[in-house]
Design a binder for this molecule. Structure first.
Ligand code: C2E
Ligand code: CA
Ligand code: CA
Length: 605
């Protein structure tokens, strides 16, 4: 305002104010302020107008109860296509725009305004061209001093775009982007619904698992784009022959179908139809592709009363269809729960066991034969399978070896034992050496010694607290490597035990050559040690022999007092078996460690 002469005169008059001048200046000031206020008002009105014009939010105000619209912003015209004038004159009442499906709810909500409550809701309107739009409506009631509603102000906004986006997101969460078929999530939801609504035989339904044969071959040889196009074609064909059956994409080249009303059409017949449909050649980007599919069917509730069982059995039937040379349909039967299928599921689950933290270690005490004092414990792995419960190592270790999972598993066991020892050490418990079983495959790994060394260092565990158990067989089969590994481990300060002794070659020559610290006599010899003279003689000679070589001896699988008596008599150093203790969870072993490692002497009659 520096250039304004009036304000200048005011300022100078403040410097030397003769009386009359002061009055004049005061008058001057009044005029100036009024002008200023007016021009400001004008400016702000203009601005408001501009804002209203450009705002894509519609604003309105209406008197109540006359319902006379006193203000409606231009955006309302943009939104509805009707002129502002038609709102102001009452020619076009807002309620007329509302979509018939949303009308009742709209009217019901209006009641709240009477009580002075603000409302905010979303509904559809139809504009002048009949286009449906989603809007968000906020209405604010204004009450007078007596609490009577006298005015309503409101804001409406077009949210069609947001709604479309939300719908798409929602759609994508339940549909497969590639084929647009409903996905596994919707499939599960649907099955759960069907199962919980089941009342009588009429609600029986069939579940189809489809797997395209050799689809991977198409993908690998012709590329993913062709593979994707093929999947789209397949899903179209499936949808077209499915009629009112629901088709889902379960992932990859797997599809599922749910057939209700199975009395109307035999599911196996429908399965055959699907097979023939898929057998017809596909033409994709100039290629003629010949596909086949394998199908497994299970029926609710005959083949499983839970979602899990039903799916597992459809999967078993599918596995059988594949086993029978593919391109065929199999209905689940009880006899299908074959070993091969069990193996198949175990194998895939086993790969996930480590990331899912399903392995646990139990510890079986090794006790002094004379005193019953715990002198060590053997770490024995267990697999807590999500549906099968505890699976014994006898069942999954051979599988782990075959599939190579054994290496990660061994790493896990070694780490777990070291971590456990560190924990117990920090808790101040008296420690005993822990024995770790190493499978033949792990023993043969070039980096096994290095791995053990690193784990010991990382958890600050003395090597004397670890014993490695190796079976006789694995030593003999891999003499050279095994010899070197054992030597290095012993040099590091670890003890080596020869496991399951007596079941393999049991060669004295090997015992000398391999320089182990301990031998564990296999349970099969201990079992009849008290009533079979041959067995007790064998055990006796093993003990004598081992003592001559200054080895420690452990008898495995001691279950009875009589067996214990014989082993005491034969001067066997240590025993391990159910008589003293079964393998225990870590916490239970910790309890024993705290109790000065004394196991209660068994009282079995
Ligand atoms: P193993 O090394 O000979 O372990 C002894 C097995 O005999 C254990 O079976 C143990 O629970 C069982 N046992 C102990 N005392 C008695 C008894 O008094 N009576 C009877 N009937 N059995 C007894 P488990 O735990 O089922 O382990 C079986 C085999 O699996 C083990 O035989 C071992 O070869 C292997 N294994 C266990 N854990 C591991 C591991 O962490 N790594 C590797 N590589 N193999 C393991
Ligand atoms: Ca063992
Ligand atoms: Ca053993």
């Amino acid at each position: 305002m520096r250039g304004n002469p009036k304000s200048k005169s005011f300022r100078s008059s403040r410097v030397a104010p003769p009386n009359r001048n002061l009055q004049l200046a005061h008058f001057d000031l009044l005029i100036t302020e009024r002008d200023l206020a007016e021009s400001k008002l004008k400016a702000s009105e203009e601005r408001f107008e501009m804002i209203f014009k450009n705002l894509d939010v519609g604003i309105w105000s209406m008197n109540f109860p006359s319902m006379e619209v006193v203000f409606a912003s231009p955006a309302l015209e943009k939104l509805t296509g009707y002129s502002i004038q038609s709102f102001l004159t009452g020619e076009m009442p807002w309620s007329k725009l509302i979509h018939p499906d949303d009308y009742n709810e709209y009217v019901a909500l209006q009641q709240k305004l009477q009580h002075g409550e603000m409302i905010q809701h979303q509904y559809r309107i139809m504009d002048i061209h009949g286009t449906i739009k989603w809007i968000e409506d906020k209405t604010f009631p204004v009450l007078n001093e007596d609490g009577h509603l006298i005015r309503l102000d409101g804001i409406v906004q077009d949210i069609s775009e947001r709604k479309r986006y939300e719908e798409r997101i929602n759609y994508l969460a339940f549909h497969d982007y590639l084929t647009e078929l409903p996905n596994r999530r919707l499939f599960d939801q649907r099955l759960e619904e069907l199962i919980s609504n089941y009342q009588s035989d009429r609600d029986k339904f069939a579940l189809f698992y489809l797997d395209m044969d050799r689809f991977k071959f198409v993908n690998d040889t012709l590329g993913h784009e062709i593979g994707d196009a093929l999947l789209r074609e397949i899903s179209q064909r499936l949808s077209s022959i499915a009629g009112n059956k629901a088709v889902f994409r379960a992932g990859g080249d797997e599809f599922t179908i749910i057939q209700l009303n199975i009395d109307a059409m035999d599911p196996v017949m429908f399965g055959q139809e699907v097979i023939h449909e898929i057998e017809k050649p596909f033409e994709i980007e100039g290629y003629e592709l010949h596909m086949t599919t394998s199908i497994g069917i299970s029926i609710f509730p005959d083949n499983g009363e839970t979602l899990k069982m039903l799916k597992m059995n459809a999967d078993a039937a599918l596995f059988r269809a594949k086993e029978l040379g593919k391109n065929n349909v199999q209905l689940f039967t009880k006899s299908l729960n074959t070993e091969s299928y069990k193996r198949f599921t175990l194998e895939s689950d086993l790969r996930k066991a480590i990331p899912r933290e399903e392995f646990i270690l139990h510890y079986q005490p090794r006790v002094d034969t004379l005193t019953g004092e715990m002198v060590g414990a053997e770490a024995l792995i267990r697999w807590n399978h999500p549906s099968l419960g505890l699976v014994s190592p006898g069942e999954f270790i051979p599988l782990a070896e075959e599939t190579g999972v054994i290496h990660d598993m061994s790493d896990w066991v070694i780490r777990q034992v070291c971590q456990q020892l560190q924990e117990w050490k920090e808790a101040g418990y008296p420690l005993v050496p822990i024995s770790i079983n190493l499978s033949e495959k792990t023993l043969m790994k070039a980096d096994i010694v290095e791995k053990i060394k690193r784990k010991l260092a990382r958890y600050c565990i003395s090597p004397s607290l670890i014993e490695i158990e190796i079976t006789e067989d694995s030593l003999i089969k891999n003499e050279g490597t095994a010899l070197a590994t054992i030597q290095q481990l012993r040099e590091m300060g670890l003890a080596i035990a020869l496991d399951d002794f007596g079941t393999g070659y049991s060669s004295i020559g090997y015992l000398k050559k391999f320089k182990v610290d301990c031998i564990k006599i296999d349970r099969s010899f201990i079992k009849h040690i008290d009533d079979n003279i041959e067995d007790s003689t064998i055990v006796q000679s093993i003990i004598l022999l081992a003592k001559g070589l200054r080895l420690k001896i452990v008898a495995e699988g001691v279950e009875t007092l009589d067996q214990w008596e014989v082993l005491k008599y034969l001067n066997c150093h240590y025993i391990q078996g159910y008589l003293f203790s079964k393998p225990l969870p870590a916490e239970r072993l910790a309890q024993l460690l705290r109790l000065e490692k004394l196991l209660p002497v068994p009282d079995v009659t």
